[in-house]
Design a protein around this ligand. Structure first.
Ligand code: SF4
Ligand code: SF4
Length: 465
């Protein structure tokens, strides 16, 4: 039986001891991060306690370099798909909480889910994150599994299909995770929201989510139930961001120690206003943009091989900045109300989980990131080739995954450009691909990539290595 492995006093004492760090020690830790072997909680605490602007600049610079070394210029894209907003919990920061009697409650039918997926496929999406509230009747595990299978079954013109569905669902027991895994899911994501016990208690006054420990150990149970890729996250703004970063790191280390593999992804949502959600309207510990950039950079240095996910909660301007410091996956064109992609007339605000900071269409986001030199990737190759869990980490840690990722990003982006892009995005995308072919890839790989790009231009789809 795993014990609750988050000791608040221990985290507070690491942070206390790291206060007023000297510049030499900070620079030593930054240099250590360049070795791409990650950082200890004590090292991370020192970076978190760094306030000097020049040294924070050095942290951002290191994270930028690490991101480039490991992820190159690519950014993986996905769309969230909310299927139901019924919830028996009462999280003070969420519009779906059960005490919000004014919310329009929806559980999409399978036909409605099909319509949602059709819209997403026609925008070019290949990866989804499927979510729902926690409600035993209105969003049962059986309903959720049927929703996953329905989404996979939808095919649209130009080979439009969903190739990977990651899921965010309330904590399950081992046997339920085993059952869920049979639906060909990718990563199972679950946020602890806050690692601080007292804050957790205040924020979750009723419902099954009250149980901190059951939630904390869910990703252990998921792995025991055969889920090989798990994702963790914290909702920044509920408690001191420094505490939360250490909570995330300790969670990642514990998973690695107990299950042999750490989290596949770390999500870093920041509190956004939500309909009738008091803690979201006035966050108890707001995180400034400056601190947010710093924490993204520190997480990238601490766990260099773990994907980092940023959603459309953030504004376009801030998103563009933090791509450089470590974010590797982003959502685009999101709706957080069930049915919001296909029913644009619905009263979005009254059925949504939270407000969006970036409301651009996927094509606008893709054009923007392309013009900034990032290559948007719709790649799902690893999951489909069984390169998951420990097999994935064994390739990721020595940096070997990079050669697959970069090539697959180019192939999947080329498909997007031909099938879905606006003329302006297509032009910018073709220019970026040519530039990469000329400047990034060496002769042998350049030829392999060039040959496959010709196949895609000839109509072949779903090309990956
Ligand atoms: S955060 Fe999740 S569990 Fe909490 S009220 Fe919202 S949907 Fe329900
Ligand atoms: S090759 Fe694997 S790790 Fe790289 S982007 Fe594709 S799925 Fe992700």
């Amino acid at each position: 039986m795993i014990k609750d492995f988050i000791d608040d006093n221990h985290i507070e004492s690491i942070l206390e001891q790291a206060k007023n760090p000297d510049a030499k020690h900070i620079r030593e830790i930054i240099n250590k991060a360049y070795e791409l072997k990650g950082l200890s909680p004590e090292d991370v605490a020192v970076l978190l306690q760094t306030e000097d602007n020049d040294l924070v600049g050095a942290i951002l610079q290191a994270a930028h370099q690490i991101k480039r070394d490991i992820y190159g210029n690519r950014l993986v894209l996905f769309a969230p798909l909310y299927v139901a907003n019924h919830c028996s919990n009462n999280c003070l920061y969420c519009g779906f909480r059960c005490d919000n009697k004014e919310l329009n409650r929806v559980a999409l039918t399978m036909d409605q889910i099909k319509k949602e997926v059709q819209v997403l496929e026609r925008e070019g999406h290949k990866r989804l994150l499927m979510l729902c509230g926690e409600h035993p009747e209105r969003s049962s595990l059986e309903y959720f599994m049927e929703a996953i299978e329905t989404a996979y079954s939808v095919k649209t013109e130009n080979g439009g299909e969903i190739r990977r569905i990651n899921v965010e669902i309330a904590p399950l027991d081992v046997e339920e995770y085993r059952k869920l895994k049979k639906t060909a899911i990718g990563t199972v994501v679950l946020f602890q929201e806050t690692y601080h016990h007292e804050t957790y208690k205040i924020m979750h006054p009723s419902g099954p989510k009250k149980d901190y420990s059951w939630r904390l150990k869910a990703m252990h149970r998921a792995q025991e139930g055969g889920v090989d890729d798990v994702g963790i996250g914290a909702l920044f703004g509920l408690y001191d961001y420094k505490f939360e970063v250490l909570g995330l790191l300790l969670h990642a280390l514990q998973l690695e120690k107990d299950c042999g593999v750490g989290p596949h992804t770390i999500s870093i949502p920041r509190l956004e206003p939500a309909f009738n959600a008091p803690a979201a309207i006035k966050p108890p510990h707001p995180v400034s943009d400056h601190d947010f950039k710093k924490l993204v950079a520190i997480i990238r240095m601490a766990v260099p091989y773990t994907g980092m996910i940023l959603t459309t909660r953030e504004t376009a301007a801030l998103r563009s900045e933090v791509f450089d410091y470590g974010v590797s996956q982003i959502s685009a064109g999101s709706r957080t109300n069930p049915g919001g992609y296909s029913d644009t007339t619905s009263d979005r605000f009254r059925a949504a989980q939270f407000n969006l900071g970036d409301t651009r269409t996927p094509d606008e986001v893709i054009l923007d990131i392309t013009e900034r030199g990032h290559i948007p990737s719709f790649c799902t190759a690893c999951y489909r080739l069984g390169r998951t869990g420990k097999d994935f980490m064994d390739l990721a840690k020595p940096g070997l995954i990079q050669k697959f990722c970069q090539s697959n990003a180019v192939f999947s982006f080329k498909e997007y450009l031909l099938d879905y892009a606006s003329p302006q995005t297509r032009k910018a995308g073709e220019e970026l691909i040519s530039k990469m072919l000329n400047e990034t890839f060496k002769t042998k790989r350049k030829k392999m990539i060039g040959d496959r790009l010709l196949q895609i231009a000839d109509g072949k789809r779903d090309v990956f290595i």
